[in-house]
Write a protein that binds this ligand. Structure first.
Ligand code: BES
Ligand code: MN
Ligand code: ZN
Length: 505
C-alpha cells in the first residue's frame, strides 16, 4: 500500500473514498464539518436521514456529495468524544478500513489524526491506521481453486491527512514501522494458516532460508536430527520420534547493530502438527493443532519486520520444529529422556510436548551469549482458560524485561498479562523417577508449564509468552492472527532506539 501524507483539506483532495467521522449525538469532527460546509449542509441532512447516530464503528457510505472532490464519502461513527481511548480508536479505524475497502475505491483519504485519543500521539495513530490498511489485504486463498473475488484488493493508495508538514517525518517513520509489522504479521499468518501436510518442519526451514536470502544481514542455519543428537537434545528428539517427518532446528542470526553484541534471542515453538502423540487428543478441533507452530511463525514474522526496518540490534531466532505424532517409535507415558541441560524428564503425558522441545532450545540459546531470551509458544490449553483470546500470558525471571514487554503490548494493542513464577508451583512437577515430570496436574497448568521452562533458563534474563489463546481464532472466522509479532517487534524497536523506558504509555 502506498501511503502519502497531506495537509490538503478533505474537500480538495481527490480520492476514491474519503472518510470522515461523527461523534455520538451526530457531532461532526473537523473534517466532517468541512464536508458539510462545502456541500451546504448536505452531509448533515443525509446523516440525519440515516441510522447513523455516531456510535463507534457505525458506517454510512455516501455518493455524489457536492463540493467534495472525492467520489465517495464514508462517514464513520467515533463514539463519545470524551471516551475515545486506544481500543475505541481501533474500532473506528477498522470500520474506516472495512468501509473504504467495501466501497470498491482504489484510493482512500483519512483524517483520523484529528481525533484526540487519550494518552496517544500522532505517530501512534498513524501506526494503527496504516497497519490496519496494510492488513486488510491479507487473504489465505492459495489452496482454493476460486479466489475470493467478493472483495478484491482494489485499495492501492492511502492518503493520510496531517495538520502541518512538520509532522511528516514522524508520520512517515510510523508508517514504515506499520508496513513492516504488517508484513511480518502476514508471514506469520500465512505460515499458521497453511495446513500441517504443507507446513512441515522442512517447510519452516525453507521459509527461514528464503528470509535469509532476502536480507543480507540475516544468516540462517538448519540442523538435522543427527546434529541435535550430537548436541544432546534428548527431549526435543523424544517428541520427533513418533513422526516420519524429520525434525529441524532452525537458527536465524540478524546482525544490525554497529558492533557485535549480546543478541535479543527469540525461541519459537514449531510443532507443525500436535496430535498429542500416544496421549492422543480428542478428534474435535484437532485440525487447529496445525497452529501449534505459531510461536515459530511469530519469530520469523518478527525477524522479517526487524530486517525490513533495518533496526540496529542483534537478534537471534531459534526454532525447534517437529511434528508430534503417535508412530510406532513414539515416546510413551512413563518414558524418561535426558535434556541437553543434563536434567532428566519423565514424560507423563506425551501431549505436553512443547516444553520438551523448548527446554532443549532454551539450553541451546545460551550458546549465543544472549542479552535476553524470549520464548513464544502455543503452550497450554490452561492459558486459554485463564486469559481467553485477548491477552498473551507472560512469565519472566526479570521484572524489567517483563515491564518492557507489557509496555510494548500496551502500545501495540497486542497485550500481555503477567502471571507468577513462584517456586511453590515447582512442587507440582516432582517425579519419583526423574529430575522432573513434564506435567504438573490440572491446577495452574499454564504456570507449571512456565515453571518447567524456567528450570532451563536460569543463566540469562528470560521471558515466556504463552500464545495458545491469541495466535489464532476458532469458529467461523478461523484463522491465524499474527500475534504476537506486533508486541515483539515493538519491544525490539524500543530496544533499538533505547527508549524502552521512556515510552511509558
Ligand atoms: N499445543 C498444545 C496446547 C494448546 C491446546 C494450545 C489447545 C491451544 C489450544 C500443547 O502441546 C498441549 O497439548 N498442552 C497440554 C498440556 C497438558 C497435557 C499438561 C494441554 O494444554 O492440554
Ligand atoms: Mn500437545
Ligand atoms: Zn502442542
Amino acid at each position: 500500500m502506498q501511503t502519502d501524507f497531506t495537509t490538503q483539506s478533505v474537500t480538495d483532495l481527490s480520492a476514491g473514498c474519503a472518510a470522515v467521522t461523527v461523534f455520538e449525538d451526530r457531532q461532526l469532527s473537523p473534517s466532517a464539518r468541512k464536508v458539510d460546509l462545502a456541500s451546504s449542509g448536505q452531509l448533515k441532512k443525509l446523516i440525519k436521514g440515516s441510522l447513523l447516530d455516531g456510535k463507534a464503528g457505525q458506517q454510512l457510505l455516501l455518493h455524489g456529495i457536492s463540493g467534495v472532490e472525492s467520489d465517495k464519502v464514508l462517514v464513520v461513527g467515533a463514539g463519545k468524544r470524551d471516551q475515545l481511548d486506544a481500543a475505541c480508536f481501533g474500532r473506528i479505524v477498522d470500520a474506516v478500513v472495512a468501509g473504504c475497502r467495501d466501497s470498491g475505491a482504489d484510493s482512500a483519504a483519512v483524517y483520523l489524526s484529528e481525533l484526540a485519543v487519550a494518552e496517544r500521539d500522532n505517530a501512534w495513530k498513524v501506526r494503527r491506521v496504516v497497519e490496519s490498511f496494510a492488513q486488510a489485504v491479507y487473504r489465505f486463498d492459495q489452496l482454493k481453486s476460486e479466489k475470493s473475488s467478493d472483495q478484491p484488493d482494489r485499495l492501492k493508495k492511502l492518503t493520510y491527512g496531517i495538520k502541518s508538514t512538520r509532522e511528516q517525518a514522524k508520520a512517515r517513520q510510523a508508517s514504515k514501522e506499520a508496513e513492516a509489522v504488517a508484513a511480518g504479521k502476514a508471514l506469520a499468518k500465512t505460515l499458521g494458516d497453511l495446513p500441517g501436510n504443507i507446513c512441515t518442519p522442512s517447510y519452516l526451514a525453507d521459509q527461514a532460508r528464503k528470509l535469509g536470502r532476502e536480507h543480507k544481514s540475516l544468516s540462517v542455519r538448519v540442523r538435522g536430527e543427527s546434529e541435535m543428537k550430537r548436541l544432546g537434545m534428548g527431549t526435543l528428539l523424544s517428541v520427533a520420534r513418533g513422526s516420519e517427518e524429520p525434525a529441524k532446528l532452525i537458527t536465524l542470526e540478524y546482525n544490525g547493530a554497529a558492533k557485535p553484541g549480546k543478541p535479543i534471542t527469540l525461541v519459537g515453538k514449531g510443532v507443525t502438527f500436535d496430535s498429542g502423540g500416544i496421549s492422543i487428543k480428542p478428534a474435535a478441533s484437532m485440525d487447529e493443532m496445525k497452529y501449534d507452530m505459531c510461536g515459530a511463525a511469530s519469530v520469523l514474522g518478527t525477524i522479517k519486520a526487524v530486517a525490513e526496518l533495518k533496526l540496529k540490534v542483534n537478534l537471534v531466532g531459534i526454532i525447534p520444529a517437529t511434528e508430534n505424532l503417535p508412530g510406532g517409535k513414539a515416546s510413551k507415558p512413563g518414558d524418561i529422556f535426558t535434556s541437553m541441560s543434563g536434567q532428566s524428564v519423565e514424560v507423563l503425558n506425551t501431549d505436553a510436548e512443547g516444553r520438551l522441545i523448548l527446554c532443549d532450545a532454551l539450553t541451546f540459546a545460551a550458546k549465543f551469549n544472549p542479552d535476553v531470551v524470549i520464548d513464544i509458544a502455543t503452550l497450554t490449553g490452561a492459558c486459554v482458560i485463564a486469559l481467553g483470546a485477548h491477552a498473551n500470558g507472560l512469565w519472566s525471571n526479570d521484572e524489567k524485561l517483563a515491564r518492557a514487554l507489557l509496555r510494548a503490548g500496551e502500545y501495540t494493542g497486542d497485550r500481555a498479562w503477567q502471571m507468577p513464577l513462584w517456586s511453590e508451583y515447582e512442587e507440582q512437577l516432582k517425579s519419583n523417577f526423574a529430575d522432573m515430570a513434564n506435567v504438573g496436574g490440572r491446577e495452574a497448568g499454564a504456570i507449571t508449564a512456565a515453571s518447567f521452562l524456567s528450570k532451563f533458563s536460569r543463566d540469562y534474563r528470560w521471558a515466556h509468552l504463552d500464545i495458545a489463546g491469541t495466535a489464532w481464532r476458532s469458529g467461523k472466522n478461523k484463522g491465524a492472527t499474527g500475534r504476537p509479532v506486533s508486541l515483539l517487534t515493538q519491544y525490539i524497536i524500543d530496544r533499538a532506539s533505547g527508549n524502552a523506558l521512556r515510552r511509558s504509555k
